[in-house]
Design a protein around this ligand. Structure first.
Ligand code: CTP
Length: 407
């Protein structure tokens, strides 16, 4: 099941460390290559020999014990497809959340740019400590996959939430992530993000409150699923994929049109201004004695509609729409109006989701009228779910377009 995949398991100093022996066996049975890194304290609970024998690899504990020219933490980070930290003590959770690199395990996590699963285990009072809660929330926000501890009888004699989650759950989550990380391999995904900026004069502009967060989360998710990503954004971001910085709707239109020729998916998450000023003033507009001023606006091109009218069947295009009533009906009308394959509808009457929030909830409608509702969650998680729905539907509708093994 996992042949060709390399799993890096980080074990920290908690009693649940003994349970990781079974997890290693699960990955070995699935034909994965398993490497182990331990904090020095982890070896108080489980021996190096046990872990070495089960993983059939040397167990790393300290930095600077390498014969390799590459630093040890970088070799480990580069060599694995996924990292699992289990059990993750309160100490290690807090260090990761705050960027500490004071041992080999935390240094590897800091250098690791692929999926990381963190399975904390600790005493109930420690789990409920507000500082730990804040650090866990930070890890969620940073995109780590957290498998929260379960309730039950704890080794310290307490009852409550704190036990390491079941090891088969950790195994299943890793398999799910590894499979989804190949889902968009070989596909080019274009995502637009942010609100366009329409200049009035050298110091003034018309724009909107879009933060670009949803578009950026979609681009990140596509990248983590193996796609070649082009993010066309009005927001400055520093990413490992191709980012084209644009300003106005016209800039965005030309970037999308030049990138779309070999694209497989285009997701228009940007909030494109419908109008721009007719006559941009090269000089700063001066205040006059008049109490009123009139700005004449002209319509911007509807990029989504334009690309949909030109596109062939090999590219799948999704647009967003913002509604405050009759979400599904309006979204169904919009998909017809724009001619796209999917519309992702947001309810903008809600203040807890959308525009500048880190959370969102969407309804996805495809061109056949199928409706998929995705529950409220953080934008990173939601982005993955959106891509899974779009990719899955696109594949089932257009089998001949699918070259991926996972179709
Ligand atoms: N869009 C675009 N070009 C425009 C305007 C919008 O490509 N000039 C895209 C957006 O990126 C988004 C979708 O079209 O994917 C939104 O369509 P729009 O018609 O603006 O819908 P709403 O935002 O729902 O607003 P309204 O219909 O009220 O204008």
């Amino acid at each position: 099941m996992l042949s060709g995949k390399s799993i890096l398991i980080g074990i920290t100093g908690g009693i649940a460390a003994y349970k990781i022996c079974e997890l290693i066996r699960m990955f070995k049975r699935a034909n994965a290559d398993v490497k182990i890194v331990c904090t020095p304290n982890a070896l108080n609970f489980v021996t190096k020999l046990t872990l070495q024998s089960l993983s059939q690899n040397k167990v790393a504990v300290r930095e600077f014990e390498t014969e390799n020219f590459k630093p040890e933490h970088i070799s480990y980070a580069d060599g694995a497809d996924i990292m699992i930290i289990a059990p993750a003590t309160a100490n290690t959770v807090s260090k990761i959340a705050n960027g500490y690199c004071d041992n080999l395990l935390t240094s590897i996590v800091c250098a690791f740019n692929k999926p990381v699963i963190i399975a904390p285990a600790m005493n109930r009072n420690m789990w409920e400590n507000p500082v730990i809660k804040e650090n866990i929330a930070k890890l969620y926000k940073l995109g780590y996959e957290i498998l929260e501890p379960e309730k039950g009888f704890l080794a310290c004699g307490y009852s409550g939430q704190g036990r390491l989650c079941r090891t088969d759950k950790i195994f299943e989550k890793a398999v799910e992530i590894l499979h989804s990380s190949d889902m968009l391999k070989g596909k080019k995904v274009i995502v637009t993000a942010g609100g366009t900026i329409e200049d009035i004069d050298p110091v003034r502009y018309i724009s909107n409150y879009s933060s670009g967060k949803m578009g950026i989360a979609l681009a990140d998710a596509a990248k983590s699923m193996g796609a070649y990503v082009v993010l066309i954004s009005t927001v400055d971001v520093d990413k490992s994929y191709n980012v084209i910085k644009v300003k106005s709707a016209l800039d965005m239109q030309s970037a999308v049109k030049s990138e779309i020729t070999d694209a497989d998916f285009v997701i228009m998450a940007a909030a494109v201004a419908d109008y721009r000023v007719k006559n941009y003033s090269r000089q700063k507009i001066k205040k006059t004695s008049s109490d009123e001023i009139t700005l004449e606006l002209v319509k911007n091109p509807d990029i989504l509609q334009e690309i949909c009218s030109m596109k062939n069947n090999s590219v799948c295009v999704a647009g967003f729409c913002a509604e405050n009533e009759n979400l599904t009906e309006n979204a169904k009308a919009k998909i017809v109006q724009k001619g796209c394959d999917f519309i992702i509808a947001n309810d903008i009457s809600r203040t807890d989701i959308g525009f500048s929030s880190d959370y969102n909830e969407v309804t996805i409608i495809d061109k056949d009228g199928n409706v998929t509702k995705l529950e409220k969650t953080d934008k990173n998680r939601l982005a993955k779910q959106i891509l899974e729905v779009i990719y899955g539907r696109n594949c089932s509708d257009n089998r001949e377009l699918c070259t991926s093994q996972s179709c």
